[in-house]
Design a protein around this ligand. Structure first.
Ligand SMILES: [Zn+2]
Ligand SMILES: [Zn+2]
Length: 312
């Protein structure tokens, strides 16, 4: 990919075409902001074409500062982006870069939608995970959205539990187990693996509730416990201090009881919301525990006859 020095109309058109094909971005970093050849849709109000994260960062760090006022007349500072055709708060670009730190500045982003308050961007290439990020145009933040197309809810946890509350319950069990392990590992690392501080978290409860819908709460609970705490079979060998070993066993038992209670309550709630078994129509009996099948059904057989449509 070479950049032509020829400035003729054909060359400009070719360059514009390349930009729109999301293969090429402008020559900003060579000190020539693409003022004359900025795509027409970059003007305020339209949806801008794809852009490279590194080019937006370059604008952010080299363009003159402008002030941006939100609806409550609070001021923040940013720059007039030529790539995006509007003023962008500096903090928004920095937190966008932070959210995409693993992907790197070479990542190309496509703009999904634009409003007065914000802009939703996604990776332009299908090779990346389908993250969706909401960039604030009035304040200094970028937050991850649920990756489900057109969903405007925030992700519960950017790296590990990347769905909103509604779409988390549509995830299948292998996906929930993967989320449980990712979240559990990060949570354990963040709390120095201290058993006293690992249990009783809202996000663990959300994963278990979502698993109840599919009848897989027990496997998700065990995946969480195994990731958060020491494996029970290894405690004797790995923790020599008796008091510490006891604290570990207690913490695991306490969290297991808590999560099973959450699963049972969620299963009963789902049952109550169902008139009769969707397969055979039979009335539903009281549940002592969260069943190993979707609690909307009367039996594993009826659940298997009409499995809920899972998405990965
Ligand atoms: Zn969603
Ligand atoms: Zn049934």
């Amino acid at each position: 990919m070479t950049k032509s020095k020829n400035d003729g109309p054909k060359s400009r058109a070719r360059n514009r075409q390349k930009r729109q094909d999301s293969k090429y971005t402008q020559a900003l970093r060579n000190g020539s902001p693409a003022s004359s050849s900025a795509p027409a849709q970059n003007e305020a109000g339209g949806v801008p074409g794809p852009f490279r994260l590194g080019d937006l960062l370059a604008e952010c760090t080299t363009f003159p500062t402008v002030s941006i006022e939100d609806d409550l007349e609070r001021l923040t500072f940013g720059f007039q982006s030529k790539l995006l055709g509007r003023a962008i708060p500096t903090g928004t670009v920095l937190s966008l870069a932070g959210a995409l730190a693993r992907e790197g500045v070479g990542m190309e982003l496509a703009v999904e939608s634009v409003s007065h308050h914000g802009m939703v961007v996604t990776p332009a290439s299908p090779w990346y995970d389908p993250v969706r990020l909401q960039m604030s145009l009035l304040e200094d933040w970028t937050v991850p959205l649920c990756p489900t197309p057109r969903c405007s809810q925030h992700a519960i946890d950017h790296r590990a539990i990347d769905r909103c509350h509604e779409h988390l319950t549509a995830c299948n069990i292998p996906t929930l187990i993967r989320m449980a392990r990712w979240w559990g590992q990060a949570h354990r690392d963040a709390h120095d693996a201290d058993p006293e501080r690992l249990g009783d978290h809202r996000k663990a409860a959300l994963l278990v509730k979502a698993a109840v819908v599919q009848g897989g709460s027990e496997t998700v609970i065990e995946a969480l416990l195994l990731t958060l705490f020491e494996h029970e079979a290894d405690i004797e060998e790995n923790i020599w201090d008796e008091a510490e070993a006891l604290a570990m066993r207690h913490a695991i038992a306490r969290e297991r009881v808590r999560l099973r209670g959450i699963a049972r309550d969620e299963a009963r709630r789902l049952r109550k919301a169902t008139e009769g078994c969707p397969t055979c129509g039979k009335g539903l009996y009281f549940l002592p525990e969260a069943p190993p099948y979707p609690p909307q059904y009367c039996s594993p057989q009826c659940a298997a006859a009409q499995p809920p449509a899972p998405i990965s």
